[in-house]
Unconditional design. Structure first.
Length: 567
């Protein structure tokens, strides 16, 4: 009887083993699932999360190619192109839009073709300044808009065509499109195009020398631009109004509007540079790690496929001679389970390491970019502004008569120099670089103190002590984030920053007498950015703890191993 029971148990285990590995290891996502991913990537693009949108779009593109779905391939290329468009990487955007159009033309999706032709028209007109090609693509977009009977898109595309014609001085050809927009904008337009519409009317009436109407439309465009969010259209309105005023002989106002155009254009360029700095610093690192884990998973799947085929062959053999090899089959089963478990543990370990590397790369990338931008602003832009101001001052001294324009220019250069210097110091404080961590932190506490809250700095460590530059930067920016949280969220009147050394560890405590919070609520922790701060400390192989009670203030402690001292 015991032998019979053993055989029955072994047989059950054997068939359970076979069945456990009979399911497909990986399936291609369904079109519905993939469409959801593509739409999510588009949503991330609209909210300005370009890095995540790019990653999700690339993954969606790979899956869409596996599905051989031309619609989703074209959608993915369009979203990738739009991301690079936002980053002002025009050549890359142009490449991906064309790739998307290639696949869109294999489908009957006229809405998608409409988007792609319009996007390519924008690049030809606004970036490449090849207006004839741009107008051709706009007109192709207009044809598809009419096919799908999208009245809003028809109006939007006609506005682009009118703008392109007006930019090259062909007002007679552009006017029919403008006339259509004027007649139907209230019904089919929206607030996003009202600034551009008023500007185009101003340009048209200026072209036919109707100064009164042109002035009204330009002023209305600027007024609406200030109230709305179309910053780019507002800058163009200032530029075109400046041209009109120059034409009418009002040079002072022309100069003022040109200065406003330059100011907004500079702000837009700075925003684009910041987007690039945020994405470019770490995007390559993330791609590299993703390729590594994909390679590991691919190797694992290949090995598992081989084992499954071997097991299927063993099953046929064992069924024939089961009574002779039952013990061997049971041993094989346990061996295989151990192998699978070891393989899974290895993959989990590597995945965990890669995730930590991604976090480290993200933090290091941000700090490197912060340092590079600060150095560039201080060493290049600030120096150029100072030099320009110096030359103008010398010119003023040599010429006894000083024009109002030169005085204003000197003042503007001085203001720009101060703002660049302040931004440089905000990105990388000069005290931190020149005098070290402890001088910079004491100064930070003094600067943040006011009539509402007092930051008190306490440390037995000499302010002259220095550590490695990278170590000092990381500690400084972690403490800066913690002090910002105190100011924003704690409602405290006193906060203490205490720093000391203990057995080659740097121990930091930030304590306040504020309202406190419930540390068990994840949304509060996430809202204060404490998870990001903890990740920074973890990346330095440190320890981080939070103690807070509602109504009794908050105490945050962390300690990190001190990098090699300089002084």
């Amino acid at each position: 009887m015991p032998k019979v029971r053993l055989l029955i148990i072994a047989l059950i285990l054997f068939f359970n083993t076979i069945n456990a590995y009979s399911f497909p290891l990986e399936t291609i996502p369904s079109k519905k699932e993939l469409t959801k991913e593509v739409m999510e990537a588009k949503k991330l693009l609209k909210t300005g999360n370009l890095e995540k949108s790019l990653i999700k779009s690339r993954l969606a593109l790979r899956a869409a190619i596996m599905l051989k779905d031309n619609d989703l391939i074209a959608y993915s290329y369009n979203t990738i192109g739009a991301n690079f468009d936002e980053l002002s990487e025009n050549d890359k955007a142009f490449y991906y839009y064309n790739k998307g159009l290639l696949y869109a033309n294999k489908t009957s999706n006229n809405e998608l073709k409409n988007w792609l032709y319009n996007n390519l028209g924008n690049i030809y007109c606004f970036d490449k300044k090849q207006y004839q090609k741009g107008i051709y693509y706009y007109k192709k977009s207009l044809a598809y808009s009419k096919t799908i009977k999208n009245l809003e898109q028809i109006l939007f595309t006609k506005l682009n065509i009118a703008w392109a014609y007006f930019d090259i001085g062909r007002f007679k050809e552009g006017y029919p499109y403008l006339d259509y927009i004027n007649r139907f904008h209230k019904k089919h337009g929206d607030e996003s195009t009202v600034v551009a519409l008023n500007m185009l009317n101003g340009m048209y009436y200026s072209s036919i020398n109707n100064a009164e109407k042109a002035d009204i439309f330009f002023k209305n465009a600027i007024l609406l631009g200030k109230k709305g969010s179309e910053k780019s259209d507002l800058s163009y309105s200032y530029q075109e109004y400046s041209k009109f005023l120059l034409k009418t002989g009002d040079y002072k106002k022309a100069y003022e509007n040109l200065a406003l155009y330059n100011k907004i254009t500079t702000e837009l360029n700075d925003e684009e540079r910041l987007k690039k700095a945020t994405v470019a610093g770490i995007n390559l690192e993330i791609d590299e790690y993703k390729r590594e884990i994909e390679k590991i998973e691919s190797e694992y799947k290949t090995k598992e496929d081989i084992l499954l085929r071997e097991q299927s062959l063993n099953k046929k053999i064992v069924i024939v001679i089961f009574s002779l090899f039952i013990v061997g089959i049971v041993l094989f089963y346990f061996f295989f389970q151990n192998t699978k478990l070891a393989q899974k543990n290895r993959i989990n370990s590597i995945r965990s390491k890669i995730q930590q590397n991604v976090i480290n790369a993200s933090i290091t990338g941000q700090e490197m970019e912060r340092k590079k931008i600060a150095a560039f602003l201080h060493d290049n832009i600030s120096a150029l502004l100072s030099s320009a101001g110096l030359h103008l001052n010398v010119h003023t001294m040599k010429n006894k008569t000083q024009s109002e324009e030169i005085s204003k220019t000197i003042a503007i250069l001085g203001e720009a120099h101060d703002k660049v210097r302040d931004l440089s110091h905000e990105l990388l404080p000069s005290l931190l670089v020149r005098f070290g961590l402890f001088y910079a932190l004491k100064d930070l506490c003094e600067k943040n103190s006011n009539s509402i809250i007092s930051f008190q700095y306490k440390s037995p460590i000499s302010k002259k002590k220095r550590y490695q530059e990278e170590f000092e930067m990381k500690i400084y920016f972690i403490i800066t984030e913690l002090l910002n949280n105190v100011m924003k969220h704690s409602n405290a009147s006193v906060a203490n920053l205490t720093i000391k050394e203990n057995n080659n560890f740097l121990q930091i405590q930030v304590r306040d007498n504020g309202k406190g919070f419930d540390t068990n609520k994840f949304d509060i922790i996430e809202g204060f950015g404490l998870n990001q701060i903890k990740a920074r400390v973890d990346a330095m192989k440190g320890n981080f703890s939070i103690h807070s009670v509602v109504g009794s203030g908050t105490r945050i402690n962390f300690e990190v191993l001190i990098s090699q001292k300089i002084i």
